[in-house]
Design a protein around this ligand. Structure first.
Ligand code: NAD
Ligand code: 13P
Length: 379
């Protein structure tokens, strides 16, 4: 049709928020984009509370499919309650239906589900589709560590960039100002060409697809730096949650964030030196700014803090407090630890290693000051 069709795979707290942004922009830029945005939803039953303004006892007295509720209410009542979604977001439980005719695919699911979802998408998508991953996590396997932008791209044989920034979803959904970073640098000569008439997918087009007056997008080439910042800060956010849980105050938290940022930068330098610019961690929203916001208002921080206050594991708090939303930091801490152990470099990353050990119960959060400053005089 000469216009791009956009689809989003995922519909959680951030997935639904990004769907709203995409749909606002496809409507505003009808010369470039088809208006409808399909959104893949992991189907589940949901009981609409009778306090909901659109509750109708003739329809909602029993749990309904979440997809049907989203399409009826134009809201995701489970993962983003109270936020109106544009009516041209069409929720579908069928992944094939979601991706089949989309020339731009946006991935926005918790990272643990990526392999199984990619398996279902393989062969079902357009060969010339371009993708953006909004996922914060790393993929660790026998072969080593990789970024989802890379692993999705390789698996599906398409190009995948990355979006990440200081973006607590509930704030973005309420259209409170934030910035984000998109890493995008396709080599068009190596990709399946777009059909005649379809606009080139370049920095300008991708920026126009995501930028809103309340959501400012900065485009850069460093896809690895964008992906890595979003993944690693979740580990550091857990650490700051632990010290906040101990009631240690803002100075302690700032110390953890300082060391955390240095470890993030070092990790990029050691393991992604070919692809990642260390300045991305200190200069862009996907680095320092995401670290700051996640260590204040993020879910990883909140759950780690509650785990100390209530004497429960972070997993237990995630189950009881998040209503189905998923933490990324706990699994990422384990994945990064396993990778570092294999590399023999755990001692070079004492904070990230300590977070894993605290989650495992083998180290106490009270030990963090000496762990991040191993040369401190002991007396
Ligand atoms: P979420 O944690 O709010 O929700 C969990 C999602 O996982 C739901 O959509 C649920 O349907 C789905 N799910 C549950 N079981 C599943 C399964 N077996 N297979 C597939 N899907 C399943 O999700 P989110 O916040 O949208 O997170 C997606 C990504 O966005 C994560 O990597 C996260 O780090 C990142 N992110 C989140 C925020 C935020 O503030 N929420 C901000 C920026 C980035
Ligand atoms: P949490 O998953 O810890 O809520 O972090 C959200 C986020 O990535 C903010 O940028």
């Amino acid at each position: 049709s000469g216009k791009h069709k956009v689809a989003i795979v995922g519909s959680g707290n951030w997935g639904s928020t990004i769907a709203k942004i995409l749909a606002e922009n496809t409507e505003a830029q009808s010369d470039v984009f088809q208006k409808e945005v399909k959104m893949w939803v992991y189907e589940e039953k949901f009981q609409l509370p009778d306090s909901h303004p659109k509750y109708d006892s003739s329809k909602h007295s029993k749990p309904s499919n979440l997809t049907e509720l989203i399409n009826e209410l134009h809201e995701n009542p489970k993962y983003l309650p109270g936020v109106a979604l544009p009516e041209h977001i069409i929720a579908t439980p069928d992944i094939k239906d979601c991706v089949a005719d989309a020339s731009i695919l946006v991935f926005n699911i918790p990272h643990q589900f990526v392999p199984q979802i990619c398996k279902q998408i393989e062969g079902q998508h357009l060969p010339y589709a371009r993708a953006i991953s909004c996922i914060k996590g790393v993929s660790v396997s026998e072969d080593g560590i990789s970024l989802f932008s890379d692993s999705i791209g390789k698996r599906l044989g398409i190009y995948c960039g990355a979006l990440s920034g200081a973006n607590i979803a509930s704030e973005v959904a309420q259209e409170k100002f934030s910035e984000t970073t998109i890493g995008f640098s396709p080599d068009d000569s190596k990709l399946k060409p777009l059909p005649e008439g379809l606009p080139k997918v370049d920095h300008e087009l991708i920026q126009n697809l995501f930028h809103r007056p309340y959501f400012h997008v900065k485009m850069i080439d460093d896809v690895a730096g964008v992906s890595l910042g979003g993944a690693l800060k979740n580990i550091i956010a857990l650490a700051t949650g632990f010290v906040d849980g101990l009631g240690w105050g803002d100075n302690a938290k700032a110390a953890i964030m300082r060391v955390g940022l240095l470890e993030m930068r070092k990790f990029g330098k050691m393991y992604f030196s070919n692809s990642c610019r260390t300045a991305t961690f200190t200069e862009e929203s996907c680095g320092i700014a995401d670290l700051i916001t996640s260590c204040s208002g993020g879910r990883n921080h909140r759950c780690a803090k509650l785990s100390i206050e209530r004497g429960k594991s972070v997993d237990e708090i995630e189950q009881s407090e998040l209503n189905g939303q998923k933490l990324q930091g706990t699994l990422t801490a384990k994945e990064v630890y396993e990778f570092l152990k294999k590399e023999g470099t755990t001692e070079e990353f004492p904070l990230m290693t300590a977070v894993y050990n605290i989650l495992e119960g083998t180290v106490k959060p009270e030990e963090l000051p000496d762990i991040i400053d191993p040369k401190s005089p002991k007396r």
